[in-house]
Write a protein that binds this ligand. Structure first.
Ligand code: GLY
Length: 351
């Protein structure tokens, strides 16, 4: 088992081990003295893994309840959140009980936000079952729901009690979700680990699963180093948003349909490197993302994307932060006015 300690204000461990899902009960009973665990999952993941989790929890003495909602980003909203609150009230869930987020990023974000707010905060545990959730969203305590006006607009930083990461659950992951998660894996190589990036350049979608036991803890370790120093994203944590300024603009342009987050981030990383980084790294990055079926560009006029960047709700006043990796493995945060940022795109540095 690999244990990665995350030194946030409420510190916790990420435990990575094949088959750890079957042992979740014994691990939680040592950590949390709860009487009831509420498994929250979606209708893709619950049929595959919730009975394994429930059996393990029951064998360890927990009462279990289960709330399942329709899969997909469209469920990450106030309506589903209200249904979760109602369910928790009906089942008389108290502050000493525990929510178990069993699924991908949507399940983790929604469950985490329910845990942060129900009774002003109850225990929760992340059991991520997608690559994206294992390497990124389950660690670091970002929880949120979407509003009709945009993604993740209501949320809280709220750390889980533990994250149990079982790479075996990735064996049932449809290929499009594997590709989606690879966008974030490549991001970790770009921002902090040139060696990881090189490794990724020598693998592909078929061969990478044999390397998950090393690659997943490597990504989590990078995230731990970042969020341990800047839990609330006042500085360093912004490097985790590499590729996301343009990536979010791409998602918004497509109305969050027909393009996954990972694909948008991959194209966003390539575009920012092309216009604000250096030509050689841009070409290497394009080659790497394409190995994993990710796009290195999108057929969208740049000026339309830049308009969306100007509306990014994460900007500070009239300025926005964006991240450039130059050289590969070293992220730098830049702050610029919207028009200053847009000027980079008027010149094509890498023809
Ligand atoms: N996914 C970026 C972060 O956790 O800050």
């Amino acid at each position: 088992m690999k244990r990665i300690h995350v030194p946030t204000n409420d510190a916790y461990d990420v435990l990575v081990e094949r088959g750890i899902l079957r042992r979740c009960g014994e691990i939680l009973s040592d950590l949390i003295g709860s009487s009831t665990c509420v498994i929250i999952s979606d209708d893709n993941v619950a049929p595959l893994y919730s009975s394994t989790a429930a059996q393990s929890l029951q064998a360890a003495g927990f009462r279990t309840e289960q709330f399942v909602f329709p899969h997909g980003e469209q469920s990450k909203n106030a309506d589903t959140l209200m249904k979760i609150y109602t369910f928790l009230c009906e089942k008389e869930i108290t502050r000493g009980d525990c929510l178990v987020a069993l699924g991908g990023g949507v399940v983790g974000d929604l469950t985490g936000y329910a845990a942060a707010t129900y009774l002003r905060g109850i225990h929760y545990v992340q059991i991520p079952t997608s690559l994206l959730a294992q390497v990124d969203s389950s660690v670091g305590g970002k929880t949120a729901i979407d509003l009709p006006e945009g993604k993740n607009l209501v949320g809280a930083f709220y750390q889980p009690d533990v994250v149990l990461c079982d790479p075996d659950t990735l064996s049932t992951l449809p290929q499009e979700f594997l590709i989606d998660g690879m966008g974030e894996v490549i991001k970790y190589g770009m921002i902090a680990d040139a060696e990881l990036f090189e490794t990724l350049c020598g693998l592909d979608l078929q061969t990478i699963p044999q390397h998950f036991d090393d690659i997943i803890p490597t990504c989590i370790g990078i995230k731990r180093d970042v969020v341990g120093k800047d839990e609330k994203e006042s500085g360093l944590r912004m490097i985790l948003n590499f590729g996301h300024t343009l990536g979010h603009a791409i998602e918004a342009y497509y109305h969050y349909e027909g393009i996954t987050h990972g694909c948008a981030v991959a194209a966003g990383m390539c575009l920012i490197t092309r216009y604000c980084g250096n030509a050689e790294d841009w070409k290497r990055l394009c080659g790497c993302v394409e190995r994993y079926g990710l796009p290195s560009d999108v057929p969208v006029p740049l000026n339309e994307l830049l308009t969306f960047c100007g509306h990014d709700k994460k900007r500070s006043g009239n300025d926005l932060h964006y991240v450039v990796c130059d050289p590969i493995g070293q992220a730098k945060i830049r702050r610029d006015t919207i028009s200053g940022f847009q000027k980079h795109f008027e010149r094509t540095v890498c023809e």
